[in-house]
Design a protein around this ligand. Sequence first.
Ligand SMILES: Nc1ncnc2c1ncn2[C@@H]1O[C@H](COP(=O)(O)OP(=O)(O)OP(=O)(O)O)[C@@H](O)[C@H]1O
Ligand SMILES: [Mg+2]
Length: 476
Amino acid sequence: MVIYLAGDVDEDARLDDMSPRQIVSELDKHVVGQRNAKRAVAVALRNRVRRQKLPPDLAVDVMPKNIIMIGSTGVGKTEIARRLARMSNSPFLKVEASKFTEVGYVGRDVESMIRDLTEISVEMTRQEKSEEVAEKAELNVEERILDLLLPPPRSGGGYFDFDSESIEEEQKPEDDEPAKDEQFQRTREKLRTQLRSGKLDNRLIELEVREKNFPVIEVAGPQGVEEMGINMKDMLGNLFQGRTKRRKMRVDEAIEYMMQEEEERLIDMEQVARAAIERVENSGIIFLDEIDKIAGRESGHGPDVSREGVQRDILPIVEGTTVNSRYGMVRTDHILFIAAGAFHVSKPSDLIPELQGRFPIRVELESLTIEDFKRILTEPRNALIKQYQAMMETEGVTIDFTNDAIDSIANFAAQVNQQTEDIGARRLQTIMEKLLEEISFEGPDLEPKKQRIDEAYVEKMLSATVKDQDLSRYIL
Ligand SMILES: Nc1ncnc2c1ncn2[C@@H]1O[C@H](COP(=O)(O)OP(=O)(O)OP(=O)(O)O)[C@@H](O)[C@H]1O
Ligand SMILES: [Mg+2]
């Protein structure tokens, strides 16, 4: 788990407009080192933008250059992908290849990754559209709420408001219509101001809402429904859509409810689905993690699906096929696949040849050095040290780390990695947790409020545990 601190996302960093160099420098903000891997993904991403600018007859033949990232555990493979995902406005899905080898609930069919990617794309596109129509929707909602708070005259029916204090004035018995109209408009505008300033949020109004409680129906069959790409809930939703009932709610709740309704009305979902599919086909990215776990040609033992079987299932998708999703057919030819794995036991050459050919770019991630550890602790946007500082800051405690303290932490991490098992930068997390055990526990009770962590403190907290190999195996 990575903690994302507020306010760190570069909203305006848009992958489509970025040169490879810019992509790399954006990645540099979060991932230390690993220059080759960063360059490879940057080029692959830029190539898709280039492809889209080609004349269509040429573009169809330009296939994505899929990538395999090879590197031992905890050196930043997933981290690079995660950062790409946050930067990109392309639909992005991360799946563990190994999950397709398991039977039972998690053992999903391989095509489901395309469906999931489409789902993500639809949601992205819908979100964008809803931002586009937000202004219009807000205006409509405002009018509708005002109509409810103060029903227009002549439309029959008195107004139903449950605690009328501020709306009394318009009820003067007057017979001449134009004056009444004017009076009505004035009150309405007054209400509008109050509504906008949130003064009416607590008021109750009654409105028509759609029935939403579907009868519970168990859908039998393991994957049948998913395979057909049909969503039961949607079908049932349509079935019961006609029914409405009147409900009282607070104005602020009503606004939220109506906003959804207006958005649904203003957004053409069919258009969204078409755009979303196009987006998946042209710029979708699938990150296939743990690909080494499916390398190897022997068939698996026990009930698990064989690894080679999974490779054969994945192959057509990587090569280009058509997958049926509930939004329509999706062609997978130009989806970019980035695979990653430690390849300790197996090698990329253990993949079936057809699949190897589909991943022409291989990049190796280097093992992390003590120097890298130091940088990882301090440099990235949300580096571990910054995270701990921010966390303690919420309790009014300021922690300072001296430079020798950082050196010492990095040294201990490297030492433990060497003595026990090399888990890369993940080691820093266990080390930091141990180091700050007491400070975290004392939290708000800590005195003084300014804490300085120097080499001696690191030494005191860690050296005993690190020296005792058996102990460090358990604790660090
Ligand atoms: N080069 C790096 N720069 C910054 N942080 C890193 C780097 N490498 C690893 N990390 C940190 O270590 C943690 C684990 O890294 P990551 O998830 O990328 O490992 P991985 O290479 O995918 O390993 P695995 O093979 O076990 O999946 C991440 O939370 C990340 O913050
Ligand atoms: Mg990983």
